[in-house]
Design a protein around this ligand. Structure first.
Ligand code: DON
Length: 304
C-alpha cells in the first residue's frame, strides 16, 4: 500500500507556492470571482481509507466534469442507440469548437465536448420525467450526499452569456440531432454544469467508475462493459485538445471542468479529485494537471 498521505503532503508543499497558477475562467461571469489561490486534493481508495489536503472541502463549480455523469445516465437509459447520435473519437479541438460539427453533419465527435454533451442533455430531457430533479437525485445517490446542489447564479450567468453553446445547439437542431427545444435543452445543460461539489464529494461520486459500476455502498449503477466505455472516453476525450498530453503525463482516465476541478481514477484502486481554479491555455486546471502528474509519478500508479 502506497503512503498516499505523504505523497499528497509533498505535492501540496511543492505546488502551493506556485506563482503562475493559470487564469480563472471569466467567459462565465460568475466563475471569474473565484479565488485563484485555492488548491485541494482528495483521494478515495477502494481499500477504504481516504486522504485529503488543502481546500479539499470547499465546493466549486464542476462544469464539464458533469458531462460524465449525464453520459452515465443516458447510457443506462438508451444503451447503444446513443452512438447513432454522437461519436466516440477524440476531437483534437477545444471543448466549444463548432466547425467540426458542421463539417461532420451535426454528429459531435464525442460526448465530452460541449456539442456532444448537449446531445446527451437532449436525450435526458426526452427520457427523464423531471430532468433537473432526476439528475440531482442520481448524483446525490451516487455520492450518498443530499447536500449536493445546483448553483442557480452560475447557471443563470451561463444562460445569459453562453452564446457558443446556443450556436452549437442550433447547429445540432439544423442537422436534426436535437429533438427538444434549444432553450429547454440548454437550461438543463447549464444547470448540470452548475453542479457544486467539493473534492471529497467528487471522488465519492466517481467511485462507481473505478469500482466496476458499484458505488461505495455497493449499489450497481452500470455494467462493466458500460464502465469500460466511459473510462475509455475519459482517457481519449476527457481533456479536449490536451487529452494526449494528460494521458502522456498522468496516465489515467479523467475529466476536467472550467471551474478548475479534475477527477481521475485508476480502476480497482482509487479516485483522485483536484481543485485549483486557474486554468492553462487549453482550459484545464494548471495546478491540477501538475498535481496529478506528480501523483502518478510518485506513487508509480497509472493504467500503464
Ligand atoms: O459549456 C461550457 O462552456 C461550460 N459550462 C463547461 C465547459 C468546461 O467545463 C470545459 N472544461 N474544461
Amino acid at each position: 500500500m502506497q503512503d498516499f498521505k505523504a505523497i499528497l503532503a509533498a505535492i501540496h508543499a511543492e505546488l502551493n507556492s506556485e506563482v503562475d497558477r493559470g487564469i480563472v475562467a471569466s467567459y462565465i461571469p460568475e466563475l471569474a470571482t473565484v479565488d485563484s489561490n485555492k488548491f485541494g486534493i482528495h483521494v478515495a481508495t477502494m481499500e477504504g481509507p481516504s486522504y485529503c489536503i488543502g481546500d479539499w472541502n470547499q465546493p466549486f463549480s464542476i462544469q464539464s466534469v458533469s458531462k460524465v455523469l449525464t453520459l452515465s445516465i443516458a447510457m443506462g437509459l438508451v444503451g447503444e442507440s446513443l452512438w447513432k447520435r454522437v461519436d466516440v473519437e477524440p476531437s483534437g479541438n477545444p471543448f466549444n469548437h463548432l466547425s467540426l460539427l458542421e463539417l461532420e453533419s451535426g454528429i459531435p465527435r464525442n460526448p465530452l465536448i460541449n456539442s456532444g454533451a448537449i446531445v446527451v442533455a437532449d436525450v435526458l430531457v426526452s427520457e427523464l420525467k423531471n430532468p433537473k430533479e432526476d439528475l440531482l437525485a442520481y448524483v446525490r445517490d451516487l455520492a450518498n450526499d443530499q447536500s449536493i446542489r445546483f448553483n442557480e447564479e452560475v447557471a443563470q450567468s451561463e444562460i445569459r452569456t453562453g452564446f457558443k453553446n446556443f450556436a452549437a445547439a442550433n447547429l445540432l437542431k439544423s442537422f436534426g440531432n436535437l429533438n427538444n427545444d434549444v432553450d429547454e435543452v440548454l437550461d438543463f445543460y447549464f444547470h448540470q454544469c452548475s453542479l457544486e461539489m467539493n473534492c471529497a464529494q467528487l471522488s465519492k461520486t466517481f467511485y462507481f467508475l473505478a469500482n466496476r459500476g458499484k458505488c461505495s455502498r455497493g449499489k450497481t449503477y452500470l455494467n462493466e462493459s458500460q464502465i469500460k466505455r466511459i473510462n475509455a472516453l475519459m482517457l481519449s476525450c476527457g481533456f479536449y485538445d490536451e487529452a494526449g498530453e494528460f494521458g502522456f503525463k498522468v496516465g489515467l482516465p479523467g475529466k476536467s471542468g472550467v471551474g478548475g476541478g479534475i477527477v481521475a481514477l485508476l480502476p480497482n484502486h482509487f479516485v483522485i479529485s483536484t481543485w485549483s481554479p486557474g486554468l492553462n491555455i487549453k482550459g484545464n486546471s494548471k495546478l491540477g494537471m501538475e498535481a496529478l502528474e506528480r501523483f502518478t509519478t510518485k506513487s508509480k500508479l497509472s493504467i500503464f
